[in-house]
Design a protein around this ligand. Structure first.
Ligand code: ADP
Ligand code: UVW
Ligand code: MG
Length: 449
């Protein structure tokens, strides 16, 4: 007898990584809707040797299927996905035929308010949005194409980063430009990392024993792409990324927000626009430079933030005093990021109406979850708003259990409005699988055998 077709595969195509998790629905109203069976990831996809890891999570699955290896044949997201499916078949007890749904994280979904099943029409609509998320949508589409080809009996469903931010009010989402042009070209703030913010909202509300619709947070998703979001009573009020994921905070290879005119001056001499030299730099080159050749990689030569945090001096003074010390660029990169983060935290504190309207400040993403030095530097600057952390808890956070960890200094909290400082281990793959298993139409298609 063949195994039931009930597995959910969640695929997250990042700018240089591919994260995949496999889930089984529990079909029980009093339990979490899905159970994790396996996680896999590829990093450094475009480097000569990508790194592949596979970890079984189900109790029955043999430890023998665990892998951590450099792989030769993976050169892009599509080949990484194919390599994963082959490993699933060869090294685990799971079968491809058991996969009912493949959930794809698609960063730019334009005005799609909900997940959509991939059809000719939705595929082409996502393709049209590729220019607005140049590091992401094309990678996701290549994996969608591969799954339609290799898994023709499973359905592919797109889950959008942008959907969470559809509640941002008009006066915050709109730019001060010609309204007709803005409307006809869809030029507005869309916001990203929405699957992560959805997960964090639910997880922190449950931790705080509140209903999500009564929970207000300032959340920092700090990964190789980084953003901040103000969540007011369960709805996105503002976020730091905009029309594209380039705006706001700097990232591993992204500049973050700059003066929009900077692109015209980038290559001209002495900071003056020289039409002759500017002619040689096409506008799409500028987009490529600001997305792929900027950020902390451009400042320091590495995308590894752990190395940057380790080499950065605790105060930015050495970077300001002429760059004499060996690691002044690391110091500069670290403190540029801290400066931009606290700028958004301060702004969102005001937009949310101050301490009595905010439940917590939340750190998440690769840097937010693992860099105690970055959390400490941000928290020191946010103390004046009434956010207190315990340095001891901050240092031990990696060893603390649970998907949400309280970093707070309870003495401070008791005396100032009760705002918490939390760390949340966010999980975009789990968020998609949950939404899929709870969706009336998609859940009906999961075998209950
Ligand atoms: N221990 C650590 N200290 C500081 N930064 C870290 C640590 N571990 C991972 N990171 C950083 O986290 C980033 C990746 O975060 P992640 O949220 O997984 O990003 P993405 O999935 O968007 O690529 C990398 O830039 C990496 O340098
Ligand atoms: C939107 C975005 O920047 O995503 P990521 O952080 O996964 O690169
Ligand atoms: Mg990410």
């Amino acid at each position: 007898m063949s195994a039931p077709r009930d597995l959910i595969l969640s695929v997250n195509a990042g700018s240089s990584s591919l994260k995949i998790s496999v889930f089984k629905p529990t079909h029980k109203a009093d339990k979490e809707p899905v159970e994790l069976l396996l996680t896999a990831s590829f990093s450094n996809i475009f480097s000569p040797l990508a790194l592949f890891s596979l970890s079984p999570k189900a109790p029955g699955e043999s430890e023998k299927s665990r892998k951590n290896e450099e792989v030769q044949d993976v050169k892009d997201h599509e080949s990484a996905f194919e390599y994963f499916l082959k490993s699933l078949q060869d090294s685990t007890s799971l079968e491809r035929d058991q996969i009912a749904h493949v959930c794809h994280r698609v960063v730019h979904g334009g005005n799609y308010p909900e997940p959509v099943r991939i059809s000719n029409e939705s595929y082409h609509h996502i393709e049209d949005l590729t220019d607005l998320a140049p590091l992401h949508n094309a990678a996701a589409l290549s994996v969608i194409k591969a799954s339609l080809k290799i898994l023709p009996d499973s359905s592919s469903i797109a889950f959008f980063d942008t959907a969470f931010h559809r509640t941002i009010p008009e006066h915050i989402a709109k730019y001060a430009i010609d309204p007709e042009i803005a409307e006809s070209k869809g030029l507005k703030k869309y916001g990203f990392h929405g699957l992560s913010y959805s997960y964090i909202l639910r997880a922190t509300a449950s931790f705080l024993k509140k209903d999500p619709s009564e929970t207000s947070l300032i959340v920092m998703h700090l990964g190789s792409g980084a953003s901040v979001c103000a969540i007011q009573r369960g709805a996105s009020l503002d976020t730091s990324m905009g029309l594209t994921p380039l705006d706001g905070l700097p990232g591993a290879t992204r500049s973050g927000g700059t003066d929009p005119s900077l692109i015209f001056h980038y290559t001209s001499k002495a900071g003056k626009v020289n039409r002759k030299t500017a002619e040689n730099v096409h506008i799409t080159d500028a987009e490529e430079i600001l997305n792929k050749k900027a950020g902390w990689k451009a400042l320091t030569g590495t995308t590894d933030f752990a190395e940057i945090a380790e080499k950065a001096a605790p105060s930015p003074r050495s970077a300001q005093s002429g760059g004499r010390d060996e690691h002044s660029n690391h110091t500069l990169a670290f403190h540029i990021l801290v400066d931009r983060i606290i700028g958004f935290v301060g702004s969102y504190y005001l937009k949310l109406g101050g301490a009595s309207h905010i439940d917590a400040l939340v750190f998440a993403g690769g840097l937010g979850e693992h860099s105690a030095a970055l959390r400490s530097a941000v928290a020191v600057r946010c103390k004046c708003l009434g956010f207190y952390i315990s340095e001891d808890k901050n240092k031990r956070a990696d060893d603390m259990e649970g998907d949400v960890v309280d970093l707070g200094d309870s003495h401070g909290q008791e005396h100032r409005g009760g705002m918490r400082v939390l760390l949340c281990h966010t999980d975009e793959q789990l968020e998609m699988a949950r939404q899929c298993a709870l969706h009336p139409e998609f859940s009906n298609e999961l075998s209950k055998k």
